[in-house]
Design a protein around this ligand. Structure first.
Ligand code: TYM
Length: 332
């Protein structure tokens, strides 16, 4: 049975991008076809300026939302990264496998560090080593597949390189994983700025649909989405990124193809209306279930406790094997 691993970072409220690009595949496909683990990667949230209480709150909220979206603890393992020490244990060995040049070439590092420096901030060292911790997340579980949105594909590619390099140097220890990116909505764009990704940590929120936004807010955000200068509805991501984004969202929600859907519309207004309806139909059950689960925090705690126990038992043998392979003396 293939092993699947993926994660989500509690740096902000979960967005429609997270849902369509990743979580929905985990719920609809991954947990049914494989031994799957899904992780709230809280250590990754410490790589940028953070508020401790907020990270703690968002971690619980993310875990609750994953369950609300339909991850079933009887089918898959849901846990919090910092509860399983194998991630950081392995990350150090991978730091001894990776080069600093490799880290500096990562697009997300370049973008995030530039943004931080532009406001006179300090770039945390952990932002540079972030992809190594992510590689440890994946390799500790011998994952075959990593279902992610398009923006994480480069990190998974690096994970492959590190696994191959480690195996060549020290003997076969790690499974070499591959990224699985959805065919539609692999990169949902900001509704106000369709040239940038809809990201949960952005300060400007008018173009971001959050999973927990009230229905009228979701509708307003979609109806006010920036469209392009033309008025006919065509699917052309290069020339008409705003309309293409709406068509991708609609296609991801309804199961159609963006270019085919375009033919059904002669105005932006009708496209926006239908997109808002489709998004709301998808999100409403998640919001309802989230409210139910919030009323039962003991259940979420129990799921996370059992998830961490199982994750630990899966990761420990692989990480122990890596410690031995790299030349560390075992404890007596
Ligand atoms: P994160 O928390 O930014 O995003 C979680 C998942 O959502 C996808 N995603 C999107 N997909 C489509 N359109 C968007 N606008 C959009 N925004 C986010 C992401 O691609 C991701 O799949 N580094 C990872 C977390 C991580 C991880 C891991 C993932 C840490 N360790 C190991 C997989 C395996 C991250 O920041 O995701």
């Amino acid at each position: 049975m293939p092993r699947i691993f993926s994660g989500i970072k509690p740096t902000g409220h979960l967005t429609l991008g997270n849902y369509l690009g990743a979580v929905r595949q985990w719920v609809d496909v991954d947990q049914h076809k494989a031994d799957a683990l899904f992780c709230v990667v809280d250590l990754h949230a410490l790589t940028v300026d953070h508020d401790p209480a907020r990270v703690r709150r968002l971690s619980r909220q993310a875990a609750t939302l994953l369950l609300a979206a339909g991850l079933e603890p009887a089918r898959c393992t849901v846990f919090v990264q910092s509860h399983v020490h194998e991630h950081t244990r392995l990350a150090y060995l991978l730091e001894c496998t990776a080069s600093d040049g490799e880290m500096r070439r990562m697009i997300q590092y370049k973008e995030k560090s530039a943004r931080e420096r532009a406001v006179g901030g300090n770039v945390r060292l952990s932002l540079l080593t972030y992809p190594v911790l992510m590689a440890a997340d994946i390799l500790a579980y011998a994952a075959d597949e990593v279902p992610v949105g398009d923006d994480q594909a480069q990190h998974v590619e690096l994970t492959r390189d590190l696994a191959v390099r480690f195996n060549q140097r020290y003997g076969r220890t790690f499974t070499v994983p591959k990224a699985v990116v959805p065919a539609v909505a692999a990169r949902v764009m900001d509704l106000q700025d369709p040239l940038s990704k809809m990201g949960k940590s952005h300060a400007e929120t008018a173009g971001i649909v959050y999973l927990l936004d009230e229905a009228d807010i979701v509708r307003k955000k979609i109806m006010r989405a920036v469209t392009d200068s033309g008025s006919d509805v065509v699917y052309d991501p290069e020339e008409r990124p705003g309309v293409a984004n709406l068509l991708e969202i609609l296609a991801a929600c309804t199961g159609g193809k963006p270019a085919d859907l375009a033919e059904h519309y002669s105005s932006y207004g009708a496209l926006k209306q239908d997109t808002a309806d489709a998004v709301l139909a998808l999100l409403q059950p998640v919001r309802d279930r989230h409210a139910e689960l919030c009323a039962d925090p003991g259940y979420v705690d129990a799921v996370l406790r059992e998830g961490a126990e199982r994750a630990r038992s899966l990761a420990r043998p692989t990480v122990d094997a890596a410690y031995a392979a790299i030349g560390l003396m075992p404890p007596a």
